[in-house]
Design a protein around this ligand. Sequence first.
Ligand code: AMP
Ligand code: DBH
Length: 538
Amino acid sequence: MAIPFNRWPDALAARYREKGYWAELPLTDILTRHADSERTAIIDGERHISYRELNAASSRMAAALQRRGLKTGDTALVQLGNHAELFITLFALLKAGVAPVNALFSHQRTELTAYAAQIAPRLLVADRAHALFRNDDFLNQLRCDYPTLATIALRGDDGEYSLQSMIDTPQENVGTRSSAPDEVAFFQLSGGSTGTPKLIPRTHNDYYYSIRRSAEICRLNEHTRFLCAIPAAHNYALSSPGSLGVFYCQGCVVLADDPSATLCFPLIEKHQVNVTALVPPAVSLWLQAVGEENGNRQLASLRLLQVGGARFPEALARRVPSEIGCQLQQVFGMAEGLVNYTALDDDDEHIFTTQGRPMCPDDEVWAADENGDPVAPGEVGLLMTRGPYTFRGYYNSPEANAKAFDADGFYCSGDLIVIDKDGYIRVVGREKDQINRGGEKIAAEEIENLLHRHEDIIHAALVSMDDELMGEKSCAFIVGRRPFRPVDIRRWLRELGVADYKLPDKVENVSELPLTHVGKPDKKRLRQLIAGRRLSTN
Ligand code: AMP
Ligand code: DBH
């Protein structure tokens, strides 16, 4: 059975097909088009995996899954870090027609439970190295909650759940059964601004277009050697053009656990990496490191540095070409779809001061005022968009969709933008209740809900505060029956099982929260308070 999702209206779908954006191919084509290639697809530590091996390994796993009863239209919850198994699993699932949610490795019990609740997975793929899977407690809970969970596969397990044996065991070829190109291939994660993390259905057709077009704009080819040092499952790292864009062009993906200079610089030198993608705080650290001994020399092979995920200050942007010694590209994207790039041959002013232009001629993007009408040219407004790879609705979320879309199907991302006369976009702010912590998004409401579960917390509000390195950090204002130390708050949230990046960086005890005239916490006022006080970080 196909997974239900909000489809594009027929007229637009016909247009996207006619223009060749929707190529009617499954995402597995990214790999199978190179099925016989001996070129290296992935370098993961000491392992070099060729396209032929990657294809064969994912086919064995797909066959094993089909033998265990998984079928087209089923869903999977996957949590793997930056390892080859993430891609083997992704292609295996696509070949078997099973749609995964690829949770980030930093996610914990709260996030995984919320994703599982939405998709009722038939398969779990996870890593014994992750704290949640060191023992079987969480597995047993999932088993209990989802009696239809057919299979569990764990990286690092040599017992009955072994992912490795599923990948390695020869299988009779049962033929692939990927879902149809205009159906859901997998779910992408939204950064969110509401209480529960939302899922974004992505079809083969729309996602494959976004990958092909991104690879074209970034001029990838079979000589591309891409360092993937940010979370590989994230939309940016996966598709802008990311690892999938590199595979499409038969290049090589070098995997790293994190974007630290100490880890990445030697990898860049050793594997002659020529493209990578970072978030702004990582660039700051790289700029610092190149000033130190030999840093720049190790980066000699690097040609293109992409920066996205959060606002990249112009002052830092200007330093990239001279200090890191490569071209800069700004990327402004969202897991919901729309991606903007500065072009490689844009002039410096556009590259340093804008977040680029929409990648597709049929991306419709405009800025709306508070009444939903277009603002005057050059004025600030809310980003509204629709197009051939921008989703039409969160999975199973009619209420959220009623708020996030206008009557014509334009998605409002919550970003405040200015569009210049040439169509270049500048991100100047945000109107969604979200904190962008160096590219990692925190939905304030999700954390506030967890805080409110504490019996001694009467009221809580999470707001952003400026931070030199991260761009933004989070501050929790607490009205409590007693004062709370930051460690108390963080421990409470950790016990509830939430990703570390969502833990408040600062905690402020207050006797009451300022309210807006409609009685909601006045977050603007709270942000001013924290900026004004400049209290020492705790
Ligand atoms: P997500 O919904 O988690 O995929 O996050 C997408 C959001 O990240 C966008 O709506 C922006 O708020 C933010 N973002 C991504 N790239 C940039 C960028 N280059 N500059 C500023 N904000 C960005
Ligand atoms: O932040 C993002 O979500 C993002 C940034 C750059 C993204 O999804 C993308 C490019 O595709």
